[in-house]
Design a protein around this ligand. Structure first.
Ligand code: ZN
Length: 313
């Protein structure tokens, strides 16, 4: 009997402790539910705020883009990166880019600035930087009939084929170069230097008579467009071979390594025919000064590209 009473008591106790546990579990569940509810409300609110913000942004973005902005986007906003980007050329850039879809965008800008989206000789601007080492003369920029550079001087006859003139600074640089080459056993001789407008006119018209305009234009400049009129250009030979074979001589190799040290660049290369409009001329060098020549030696490019990047602003 006692035993059964005891048993009943302990059952009651057991029931009581079970009840307590249930209450605790229910409380925990309620607390958890409440926490989740709060978290849910906070989360939903945040989302709504974000959505509102997004909508606000959309409203701002929905302001219609200007024509200029649309065009700049088409050009990947490259104007922000290139200080020689010209807004007035924007339609030409886009057209050139579309016509040359595989061309690097920076090149698109440079080539249009040079004028390559237009036919050679279709535009005729006065040569910039006249009477300086930085003058640019090509199939878009030309010198007038009466342009004669200042300070023309005659080259030492030891280094020329006789009575050849260049602008003083270029002449002195050429003589130093030819002298240093000679010391090392190389013959660099000036065979054509300054040429007047009239001389070039005559020369070009004879080539046209012989070969026709289209062909003559690939190797001879029209009057006003010749670098020889600047007094800064020189055609060279090695005395033994014609200047047209200069590219095959050891002197040419020497010039490749050394001409820039004296301020000369090779002006018309094979790679750049489409930029200069001339077939390669391994014999034609142009004085631009040591600083520019060194830059171009280290970063091979035409003088047109150099001009567009650094001088045409
Ligand atoms: Zn030449």
């Amino acid at each position: 009997m006692n035993n059964s009473l005891n048993n009943n008591n302990s059952k009651v106790k057991l029931n009581n402790s079970k009840g307590n546990k249930n209450i605790i579990i229910i409380t925990i569940i309620l607390l958890l539910s409440l926490t989740f509810l709060i978290l849910f409300i906070v989360f939903t609110n945040n989302n709504q705020e974000n959505n509102n913000n997004n909508n606000n942004n959309k409203e701002e973005n929905n302001k219609p883009l200007t024509e200029l902005e649309k065009k700049l986007i088409e050009l990947e906003n490259i104007n922000e990166k290139l200080d020689f980007f010209k807004e007035e050329y924007i339609d030409r850039y886009i057209e050139y880019k579309n016509n040359n879809p595989n061309l690097d965008l920076e090149k698109v800008i440079i080539y249009v600035n040079i004028g390559l989206d237009q036919e050679f000789y279709s535009k005729n601007y006065p040569s910039p930087n006249q009477n300086t080492n930085k003058v640019l003369t090509n199939k878009f920029y030309s010198l007038s009939k009466d342009y004669v550079p200042n300070n023309l001087e005659t080259i030492d006859s030891n280094f020329s084929s006789g009575n050849k003139q260049m602008v003083k600074e270029a002449k002195e640089a050429f003589e130093q170069m030819a002298k240093d080459a000679k010391t090392e056993g190389y013959n660099i001789r000036a065979v054509s230097t300054y040429r007047s407008y009239q001389y070039q006119e005559n020369l070009y018209s004879n080539y046209v008579k012989a070969d026709g305009t289209e062909k003559a234009d690939t190797y001879s400049a029209r009057a006003g467009s010749s670098e020889h009129q600047t007094g800064l250009a020189v055609d060279v030979d090695n005395i033994t071979l014609s200047y047209t074979s200069f590219g095959k001589t050891k002197e040419y190799e020497w010039m490749q390594q050394n001409a820039y040290k004296y301020g000369f660049i090779l002006r018309y290369t094979k790679e750049a025919e489409f930029i200069t409009g001339y077939k390669e001329e391994p014999w034609h060098y142009r004085y631009v000064g040591i600083e520019i020549a060194t830059y171009i030696q280290n970063n091979p490019m035409t003088y047109e590209e150099y001009f567009v990047r650094f001088l045409d602003k």
